[in-house]
Ligand binder design. Structure first.
Ligand code: ADP
Length: 624
């Protein structure tokens, strides 16, 4: 029997599991039961939809048995889809999900000790090595004749050979380590199953020997014990979401979440809807307290499972909810979809579309309600999910208005976050727009010299430091009739000018023109502005040009300069500009001043001037 090597990442994972995860070891059983349940789901689904397996009759079940003496063995058996040689090799020799790999790499030593993280990342099966010195998996795939046995001690190798199995399905045999003997025990197993796997839709049977006393004694006066072999069902399989809402306690909702979504914390919110009418369906949605680790991976795992009349259909369909709601966990159970619905059909299905729309509306309205009813909880919620929800502004036009009531921004006036609605309520008389500043870190934006003119007028400015903000703002020109304006763009300058400012700027037009000529094609324009109080110059952009944040992003992304020509804004009261006005200065000095005004303004925005040598020479000459 040839031995095969695990892929390195599996060896790493095994090492991690065996050496650093000591708490909550019992979850290995939950993982194996969940695999068995998935295998039953798959066969059931194929028996309804697949040509080759259509009509396949079987009585789905999971069986657990164990030996209580001598070498302790724990056996978990299912009659689900099963695995052939190739399946065993790929499923139990590698880690399929790239998200899991990335995640494992990113774990700190401390985090590696937290076994609650295990199930979330599909490392399920391997967790059984926490309690086993050797594992055998005997499996036969539905529709195939041959059975195979996979064996490993959980070090660096495993082997696969032909074997025997009467029917389709999988038998996992755990040869327990001494410190895992405790799991070969009836009460332990019942307890673990009640805690973690009670809802599993298929019956879980436990086989055990029970000693009974019949009240009779033997010759020496000892009780006569009789050993009886028993087989009991140990899970209740109640589909919580199908029970009437009024009969479900808060505790039940929460433990359902914790046991099914591998989270040790309570969910932030949950919502249970039993919709009747044109389309009949039930949804039970949960929002995790912490955003799922893979929320920003393209290959994130969707968190919503689809059932049709309580029959499981899929847990891997990214179209059940829009992408921006990918952090939602839960269940959709439809009364109207056909049981053999395929993925292709799902995407275009009218009933599914109605369920999806209803679900999105429900989720968003609950988020909005939460913002009004429980600001503290909402604050936690928005810290985790503001960003994906902002994506919705771009991608979900139909719900844009509601999303605008939910998303939050940082601001110069408020600690924490503010809504656009609250901003509007605080607007000063005569204030024409909702102002914001973007394109840098929170710290650099909050310290921007552009803010002072707005502060002086009592105008609040939103701090858009999230990378996605500039992108979203491209789709957001106004809120509730009030325009949104970037103070890094020209339009917002005019809004705060007094008549006096305008007069002064008119008088200084000449010098702006001369500086523009000196800079040549480096700038789109040079304008005089009284809003600059503490600095001689700044750069701004034309209304239709991309924001600086987008330009920076594109430059980083493409590895080349994606900057458009800026407008140079100059402060007529600064000594440098006054010096430039002096008719007596030479052309060369004027050019030096122009370069210093421009390049300094760029540096202020954390943009590197094109010719640093030219800049430093200009400075040296001016201060000499
Ligand atoms: P996950 O279940 O998260 O995919 P596991 O490591 O637990 O990760 O299992 C890896 C794969 O092995 C599963 O995706 C499944 O394809 C297969 N597998 C595991 N247990 C069984 C089983 N009892 N029956 C059929 N296939 C199984």
């Amino acid at each position: 029997m040839a031995s095969r090597k695990f892929k390195t990442e599996v060896s790493d994972l095994l090492h991690l599991l065996v050496h650093s995860l000591y708490s909550n070891r019992e979850i290995f059983l939950r993982e194996l039961i969940s695999n068995a349940s998935d295998a039953l789901d798959k066969l059931k689904y194929l028996s309804l939809s697949d040509d080759a397996l259509k009509g396949y009759v079987f009585d789905p079940m999971i069986e657990i048995s164990f030996t209580e003496e001598g070498e302790r063995v724990l056996v978990i058996k299912d009659n689900g889809i099963g695995m052939n040689e190739e399946d065993l090799n790929t499923n139990l020799g590698t880690i399929a999900s790239s998200g899991t790999k990335k995640f494992l790499e990113s774990l700190t030593q401390e985090e590696k000790k937290d076994s609650n993280l295990i199930g979330q990342f599909g490392v399920g099966f391997y967790s059984a090595f926490m309690v086993s010195k050797e594992i055998e998996v005997i499996s036969r795939k539905a529709g195939e004749d041959k059975a195979y046995k996979w064996v490993s001690k959980g070090e660096s190798t495993y082997s696969i050979e032909e074997s025997e199995r009467e029917t389709q399905g999988t038998t996992v045999i755990l040869h327990l380590k001494e410190d895992g003997y405790e799991f070969a025990n009836r009460w332990q197993i019942e307890n673990i199953v009640k805690t973690y796997s009670d809802h599993i839709a298929y019956p879980i049977y436990l086989e055990y020997d029970q000693e009974t006393y019949e009240g009779k004694k033997d010759e020496s006066g000892n009780d006569i014990k009789k050993k009886e072999h028993k087989r009991d069902r140990i899970n209740s399989s109640s589909a919580l979401w199908r029970r009437p809402k009024s009969s479900i306690t808060d505790e039940e909702y929460k433990s359902f979440y914790k046991n099914n979504y591998y989270d040790s914390s309570n969910p932030l919110i949950y919502m249970h809807t039993q919709a009747e009418g044109a389309t009949e369906y039930t949804t039970l949605f949960y929002i995790p307290e912490k955003a799922p680790f893979d929320m920003y991976y393209a290959d994130y795992k969707p968190g919503v499972k689809l059932y049709v009349k309580r029959v499981y259909i899929t847990d891997d369909d990214k179209t059940l909810l829009p992408t921006y709601l990918r952090f939602v966990r839960g269940i959709i159970d439809s009364e109207d979809l056909p049981l053999n619905v395929s993925r292709e059909i799902l995407q275009e299905n009218r009933i599914m579309a109605a369920i999806r729309n209803g679900s999105v509306k429900k989720l968003l309205s609950e988020f909005k309600k939460l913002s009004e009813s429980n600001p503290e909880l909402f604050d936690k919620f928005i810290k985790e999910y503001n960003r994906p929800l902002k994506e919705g502004i771009v991608s979900d036009y139909a719900n844009k208005e509601t999303l605008l009531d939910i998303i939050r921004f940082k601001s110069t006036e408020k600690k924490g976050f503010t809504s656009l609605k609250a901003y509007k309520e605080r607007m000063k008389e005569g204030q024409k727009a909702i102002y914001y500043i973007s394109g840098g870190s929170e710290n650099s934006l909050r310290n921007s010299p552009l803010l002072s003119a707005y502060k002086d007028k009592g105008y609040e400015v939103l701090i858009m430091d999230d990378e996605i903000d500039d992108y979203v703002l491209g789709y957001l020109y106004e809120f509730d009739g009030t325009p949104l304006k970037s103070i890094n763009k020209k339009d917002a300058i005019d809004d705060i000018k007094s008549e006096e400012d305008k007069k002064k700027e008119e008088e200084k037009k000449d010098i702006a023109k001369r500086i523009k000529d000196a800079l040549g094609d480096k700038v789109k324009d040079v304008i005089v502005s009284s809003r600059l109080k503490d600095i001689p110059s700044a750069i701004v952009f034309d209304e239709n040009d991309p924001s600086l944040g987008i330009q920076k992003y594109l430059s980083r992304l493409g590895g080349q300069d994606a900057y458009v020509k800026p407008i140079l804004e100059i402060n007529p009261d600064s000594s440098l500009v006054k010096k430039a006005e002096d008719e007596a200065i030479k052309e060369d000095t004027l050019r030096d001043i122009a370069i210093v005004l421009f390049d300094t303004a760029l540096l202020q925005e954390e943009v590197m001037p094109k010719d640093l040598f030219e800049y430093s020479k200009a400075i040296s000459r001016l201060i000499d």
